[in-house]
Design a protein around this ligand. Structure first.
Ligand code: ADP
Length: 745
């Protein structure tokens, strides 16, 4: 095999479109160019390959597409590609251009097609030679077609993969629609059945049910009991009696009963209207779910996929196996294509054959636990109501508010109450803990909390001092508090630390204390993503979209400062998701050499015809080179080439409605933390810790081991998994030296 660095690659999108395909295409094209490969885009999927719609790409061919929905290179379904002649034409077109690396972004159908194409490549090229369509030399020069796939599918139905391209955006569309329906449902006391996409997979239905606090959800993997009609009506009646004014029922399009018969929205409507004599409206969300601008996650993750896909092609691969790039536990990894597609089909078959437990276990990611969460939150009263003598868990929020805190609180309160525990809310963080501002909750009063921003308990950044410990101990004793859950960022972490260290003098602090990481800064150990950071990222990315399009005819450099304290997560990930030219963050430092180099590059960039550029600065990147300094420097050096406009995004980053991910993360961590708390109280285990998510599942980390993994000075973990994205962001933003941008010729 010849040198892999001298190869040409082509990228195509195929099958159903998905938001996030464009960032993936952009990343493939620019990574390829950065590594000096010839990069081609094949327009209109496999049909375009057959029709030779193959276009050489340059750096600016993919400018400005990162925030666009759908796929700018078009997608199609091609019957012809499934015929021998279609395959022959496709192979011929590739060989004529010298392309023997193909990156396919599509669903399992498209990926299966790619793999078949690759495995029949030798036969196809032999036939092409025999027919005189290619020469013997051409056939010898291209003995193999390498395939790398990326899964573009809003359904999130691929095995071995945590999130497929487009699923997160689809959830945004669904949750926005249900939030809107909820307000009208509430006003009119109506019941809505909302049908969502997902084919054989209930992911979108289940996650949107958690995120919106739905009364019932039907998914293919978990069919209801045969008595579902009566059970559903009882749930709705009970809810109404308990004061629930609105009912949202979510139905996955592939929902079935235990006998494999489809459950349709019309059936659900008829059932409710027939039995309860109330009006029930059906909303089938349809194609809006796959439309619109990709979410922050779908932009940065697809960018990482595209970058890794090219890296994978650059490697020699003795296995000659086609691969798919997926995310697993927040890591972007290659997995074997054939085995993954086979497993995906096996899951679909298990669902179709009614082997639900098998399907659920093959899907992984604790699906059964998620279903349990949905049922818990749909209840209208606890299983066994706590009384005054029940043991008590106190819960509080500390530090700055983070979107998703209320979703976590709702789940904590209900999980504890449903297990017979009393729950007390401490208001205003440590201030309330010291002054004894405790409150109780009614089950139904927190019904709507899942989608609310901020924190319903109030919060501030006060830490407990020596003089406060006695009062806190008295309050904990007075209310017979057996465990304390604190939601928040570094403040929450520090509160647990102080109370824990004061244990030798205050025996009442000998209770389990658990921290749930909730901060937009994403700077806590034991949690790869904290509650609130996804919402902040989406808010920033939306603001950057607006800022970028605010440029008039002049040439503009936008400098934007984002939050994060000493942690560059928001700066880097928003930079990656919006195609920023440079990101300044504390972890990498800022120095004069860097600024000089960037000034030179930017001037060159604008000289080459660039109209706008974007720099993101983390608020504490460097105390000397602040935003004013950086903006003034670039303004001066930019001279006639560009003007500078600076923006500090400020507190808007902490506010607003939580994103679907923050709502579900809040619920999942709240659930895991409360179960852990109950277990520790029952076992008299007073270990303090943090319940976070590293990888797929929530985990409990004990305090003593966590504290060794952080920089106390900079208030962030010593190792941050996302720092590897720094290189990707920079590789994709600035035309590498020596690369020719054909548009500027
Ligand atoms: P998705 O990729 O979204 O699952 P499809 O299943 O419709 O969408 O596949 C898209 C295209 O991929 C098809 O129109 C066809 O050109 C190609 N394709 C799908 N399955 C195969 C196959 N078994 N063999 C060859 N090509 C296939």
């Amino acid at each position: 095999m010849s040198d892999r660095n001298n190869r040409a690659i082509a990228v195509l999108t195929s099958g159903g479109d998905a938001p996030g395909m464009n960032p993936a295409v952009r990343a493939v094209v620019r990574t390829g160019i950065a590594y000096k490969l010839d990069v081609y885009a094949i327009y209109e999927g496999y049909q375009g390959l057959i029709e030779d719609r193959i276009v050489k790409m340059n750096w600016s061919s993919v400018s400005g597409i990162i925030g666009l929905g759908g796929t700018v290179i078009g997608t199609a379904r091609s019957k012809e590609f499934m015929t021998r002649e279609g395959e022959l034409k496709a192979a011929e077109n590739l060989i004529r251009r010298g392309i023997d690396n193909l990156i396919v972004i599509g669903g399992d159908g498209s990926l299966t097609g790619a793999n078949i194409f690759s495995t029949t490549w030798a036969e196809l090229t032999a036939e092409l030679e025999a027919q005189g369509r290619i020469t013997a030399e051409q056939r010898q020069a291209y003995p193999e077609l390498r395939i790398i796939g990326m899964v573009g599918s809003i359904d999130n139905d691929m095995a071995n993969s945590d999130m497929t391209i487009g699923a997160d955006t689809a959830l945004h569309r669904i949750v926005d629609a249900i939030d809107a329906l909820r307000s009208t449902a509430f006003s009119h006391q109506r019941t809505f059945v909302v049908e969502v996409m997902g084919r054989n997979c209930g992911y979108l239905a289940l996650m949107s049910a958690i995120a919106t606090g739905a009364s019932w959800v039907f998914i293919p993997e978990h069919p209801p009991e045969d008595t579902w009609r009566e059970d559903l009506c009882t749930r709705l009646e009970d809810g109404k009696k308990a004061g629930r004014r609105d009912h949202i029922i979510i139905l996955a399009e592939g929902a079935r009963d235990k006998h494999g018969e489809p459950i349709t929205s019309a059936m659900v409507k008829e059932t409710i209207e027939g039995a309860l004599h109330v009006e029930c409206r059906v909303t089938i969300l349809g194609h809006v779910q796959r439309g619109g601008s990709p979410s922050a996650y779908d932009r940065y993750m697809s960018t990482a996929y595209g970058y890794e896909a090219v890296q994978e092609l650059l490697k020699e691969d003795p296995t000659h196996e086609s691969k798919i790039i997926v995310s697993h536990d927040n890591r972007v990894v290659p997995v074997p294509l054939v085995e993954t597609v086979k497993k995906t089909k096996a899951i679909a078959a298990a669902v179709a054959d009614g082997k639900f437990a098998e399907a659920e276990s093959m899907r992984g990611i604790g699906w059964s636990q998620i279903s349990e969460l949905v049922s818990l939150n749909a209840r209208v009263r606890p299983d066994k109501a706590p009384d005054e003598n029940s043991p008590c868990i106190a819960v509080m929020t500390a530090g700055w508010p983070a979107p998703g805190m209320n979703s976590a609180l709702r789940t904590i309160i209900r999980t504890a109450m449903n297990s017979g525990f009393r729950v007390l809310g401490v208001e205003d963080g440590v201030v309330g803990l010291v002054s004894g501002k405790f409150r109780t909750f009614e089950w139904m009063e927190i019904d709507h909390w899942a989608g609310l921003g901020g924190t319903k308990l109030g919060t501030n950044r006060t830490l407990p001092e020596e003089r406060d410990f006695y009062k806190i101990a008295v309050n904990l004793d007075r209310h017979n508090v057996k465990g304390l859950i604190i939601l928040g960022g570094w403040t929450a972490f520090a509160i647990v630390n102080r109370l824990y260290n004061a244990r030798p003098n205050f025996e009442h602090f000998n209770i389990p204390m658990l921290c749930i990481p909730a901060t937009v800064n994403n700077n806590l150990p034991g949690a790869e993503i904290t509650i609130g950071s996804d919402t902040a990222l989406n808010t920033i990315v939306e603001a950057l979209d607006k800022i970028k399009t605010s440029a008039d005819s002049a040439r503009r450099l936008f400098t934007v400062e984002v939050m994060g304290r000493y942690c560059g997560y928001l700066a880097l990930l928003s930079g990656m998701a919006s195609g920023a030219e440079y990101v300044y963050m504390h972890e990498m430092g800022v120095n004069v050499d860097m600024l000089q180099k960037h000034t030179r590059e930017l001037v060159q960039h604008f000289r080459n015809g660039r109209r706008t550029a974007l720099i993101i600065r983390n608020e504490n990147a460097n105390p000397t080179y602040d935003l004013n300094f950086i903006s003034s420097l670039f303004e001066e050096e930019g001279d006639e080439f560009f003007d500078v406009r600076q923006t500090i995004l400020g507190p808007m980053q902490q506010g607003g409605k939580p994103s679907p991910f923050d709502r579900t993360l809040g619920a999942r961590l709240g659930f895991a933390a409360t179960r852990q708390m109950i277990k520790q109280i029952r076992e008299k285990d007073y270990t303090c810790g943090l319940v976070g998510q590293t990888g797929g599942e929530a985990q409990v980390f004990d305090y003593d081991s966590l504290i060794k993994t952080v920089s106390v000075k900079w208030q962030r973990p010593l190792f941050q998994w996302w720092e590897r994205y720094y290189l990707i962001t920079h590789t994709l933003a600035i035309l590498p030296p020596g690369a020719v941008d054909l548009d500027d010729d």
